[in-house]
Design a protein around this ligand. Structure first.
Ligand code: IMP
Ligand code: MG
Length: 177
């Protein structure tokens, strides 16, 4: 294993099971609805690509881009970088995120989307770090609950690195110390 990584937290096999489980649930819940999967660039694209292929009801995809991180630390201030291309009016929006950490990003995004006349807005996060939430946001669909450690892989980065790892691993603290 790469010496920058402490341990593997979510294996490729477990990732497949998570996507299957969530995809099945979402397909049941959104049958007959106008589902718009809104993925948050860039970390959530890998998860979106796997999740959408497990969804059997009609759906569309679009992307938003925000950033709040500087290395392994959140700046606490979310910058809006790219808006949706599709007008979400009348759609059932499902925000697809890589990880729910402090909750600041998702709270901000829900606020941004709330006046767009969508039919509903829900959240699907691949990972959740509940011990670190600083807002009262909760996800409607959760892939896996993880401890409060900095993780990389499967789309998640540290300074834009490690996104291409096919699993999720804990980054050795020495890397960002
Ligand atoms: P929040 O606003 O603190 O909930 O953070 C959300 C965003 O921060 C996520 O979408 C990630 O891009 C990034 N993030 C939070 N925790 C981690 C982590 O452990 N590894 C990599 N990125 C993270
Ligand atoms: Mg993200």
């Amino acid at each position: 294993m790469n010496k920058d990584l402490k341990e593997i937290l979510v294996t490729e096999e477990e990732i497949k099971e998570i996507c299957k489980r969530l995809g099945k649930q979402i397909s049941e819940d959104y049958k007959g609805k106008k589902l718009l999967l809104v993925s948050v660039l860039r970390g959530a694209v890998v998860f979106l690509a796997d999740l959408m292929r497990e969804i059997t009801c009609d759906c569309q995809i679009d992307f938003l881009a925000v950033s709040s991180y500087d290395g392994a630390k959140t700046t606490g201030c979310v910058k809006f970088k790219k808006d949706l291309d599709i007008n979400p009016q009348g759609y059932d929006i499902l925000i697809v995120e890589d990880i729910l950490d402090s909750g600041i990003t998702l709270t901000y995004l829900k606020e941004v989307l709330k006046d767009r006349k969508a039919n509903s807005i829900k959240i699907c996060t691949f990972l959740d770090k509940p011990t670190n939430h600083k807002t009262d946001i909760t996800a409607d669909y959760i892939g896996k609950v993880v401890p409060d450690e900095f993780v990389v892989g499967y789309g998640l980065d540290y300074n834009e690195k490690y996104r291409n790892l096919p699993f999720v691993a804990v980054l050795s603290p020495e890397v960002y110390a």
